[in-house]
Structure formats: C-alpha cells, structure tokens
Ligand binder design. Structure first.
Ligand SMILES: O=C(O)CNC(=O)[C@H](CS)NC(=O)CCC(=O)C(=O)O
Length: 294
C-alpha cells in the first residue's frame, strides 16, 4: 500500500480552476478537462469550476447562451462528459453556472450549479436565484440576465467528503440573507462560482467573499472566469478560497488563465472559530425586522 496520504492530518483538499470561456463548447471542455486532470494529479477531493465553464455568449446575439443550452441528462451532452471525468478521477466536482434547457419553457433557461460526486452521480442541481439585472451607466456596467434566465427558488446545502456544501452562484454573493440561510441549513463550505464583471469585481469581489466567510464562519470557495471572452466582455478573475477567519488561503491572479489553485481545509479550525466567537448565538432575530418592506 502506498504510504502517501491525501494530505497532512487527514485534511481535505479543495481546488478551483480559472479560465476564459468563449462561445465554443468544445474548446471550453478541453480546457476544463485539462484543469480537472491537474487537480486530480494534485489529489484534490473537490474541484470547482466557474460560472459559464461550458459556454459564454459571444456578445453579438443575446440569445447565444439560450441557443447553446442543454438538458442536464442530454445523451452525449456536456454534463455526461463531466460525470465521466468525476468518476474517472474519483473526485467531486462543483460545476457552477451551466446553461440548462427547460423542457416546458423553450424561451428560458436556468443558470444551474451542479454538484457531481466521485462516482459521477449528480447530487445537487441549484438554479441561480438572484439574477444580474443592473444598469450602472457611470460604471459602464449593464446586464439583463432575466431576459433569458429563469430564477430558481430553492436554497440548497449538501453533504460531501470535504464538509457540508452551501450552494450559490456569482451575483447571489450580494445577498447576505441567502448565506445566513445556507449557514442555518448547516453549510460549512460555501461555493460561489462566478463570472464577475471586471469593474464590479475590482471594487467589490474580495470584500464580499471575505465578508460572507467572516459573518457566516464558513470557508468560501469562489472559482472565477477571467480576462476577455469577446471584445465587449471582460471578467475579473481572482479565484480565491477564504477561511472562516477571513484569511485568503489561495488566489489566482487575474492575468493567469487555464490554471488551478488548491488548499487544505480544516473543519476543526472552523468549529474553533464558531465556538470562540459565537456570533450565531448573539443574534437578535426578534429585532431585525428584515421582512418589513419600506
Ligand atoms: O452570462 C452568462 O451566461 C452567465 N451569467 C453571468 O455571467 C451572470 C449574469 S450576466 N453574471 C453575474 O452574475 C455577474 C455579477 C457581478 O459581476 C456582480 O455582482 O458585480
């Protein structure tokens, strides 16, 4: 038997991949496959890919992502190929932000975050809840996600060998109540696969992710798209993993593409922080009135 352990002290290893997806599914798949192989060589237990890992619109036809959407169980489809890779490498995968066809509604798609276990089975299908409909002329940011994407209405946490996973996507990160719910549902590791715009990312990305980690006392794992997908769309990159103390454990620079990073996580440390800084038992739910609309 090999004496080589997964990593020290039986800690679990989480990795994330950063790439620059384009409007070509074959090209993106080959890149993702390469990243998954790198992660497998590094003995990663859970590997996370960013939103739009399979496809990103080309910037000319706004219906590009809808037209390239697939059913999750499409024979010979994209997800089947990722399920095969998970099984082959015996590794869990977080595939955030897949354009999923909806049988009953051909005009709309879901933006879906899938968790695939090490035997290739799909254990979570989360439909992005908060849609990025914003227009900020002074910052040059304008997106209308709900034009093609149908919003989900279910918040999900699942068990995994690395800990309980809280599932989210990108713009969700701006809604603290959502993460409070994930924490209350038992989340220990929050996944935020993203394709953040360059402008909003530069201003808010690491602050939002670190805040979600600190206030919920969770690890936060955010795989990101980076660079120019087409002349009109640039993503911020800076894929990172934050610990429950708010420390950034690993980060991929915005100029680096087709690369992975990984680190070992320690749930004993998480529990120590939760016990010694018990913000959750100090909450005053009776006073917050967060459902009151002004
Ligand atoms: O376009 C697709 O195909 C997939 N969807 C996305 O990339 C989404 C919606 S346009 N992007 C974000 O949510 C960015 C959020 C963001 O940048 C922020 O909150 O500042």
């Amino acid at each position: 038997m090999s004496t080589e352990t997964t990593n020290a002290n039986n800690k679990k290893r989480i990795g994330l991949g950063q790439l620059t997806s384009i409007n070509n599914k074959t090209v993106n798949f080959e890149k993702c496959k390469g990243l998954i192989e790198k992660a497998a060589n590094s003995k990663v237990d859970l590997f996370c890919l960013p939103e739009c890992f399979a496809f990103i619109g080309g910037g000319v036809d706004p219906m590009d992502s809808r037209n390239n959407a697939e059913y999750i169980d499409q024979p010979d489809g994209t997800i089947e190929k990722f399920r095969d890779l998970a099984k082959k490498h015996s590794m869990w995968l977080s595939l955030g932000g897949f354009h999923e066809k909806i049988l009953e509604e051909p005009d709309q798609i879901y933006n879906t975050h899938l968790i695939i276990d090490s035997s290739g089975e799909i254990v979570v299908k989360y439909h992005k809840m908060h849609l990025f409909d914003v227009d900020i002329p002074s910052k040059g940011v304008s997106m209308n996600e709900s034009k093609v994407v149908k919003s989900g209405d279910e918040i999900m946490v699942c068990k995994s060998p690395v800990g309980n996973l809280g599932i989210s996507i990108c713009y969700d990160v701006r809604f603290p109540e959502f993460y409070l719910t994930l924490r209350q549902m038992g989340a220990e590791i929050i996944l935020v696969p993203s394709a953040f715009t360059y402008t909003t990312g530069k201003a808010h990305w690491s602050t939002l992710l670190r805040a979600r980690a600190i206030e919920n006392q969770c690890y936060v794992v955010a795989a990101a798209q980076t660079g120019n997908h087409h002349p009109k769309r640039k993503s911020y990159g800076h894929s990172l993993i934050v610990d429950p103390w708010g420390e950034v454990l690993c980060e991929i620079d915005e100029n680096v593409t087709d690369e992975i990073a990984y680190c070992d996580i320690d749930l004993n440390f998480l529990n120590e922080i939760r016990e010694n800084l018990p913000v959750y038992s100090h909450k005053k739910y009776d006073c917050y009135n967060i459902n009151k609309k002004k």
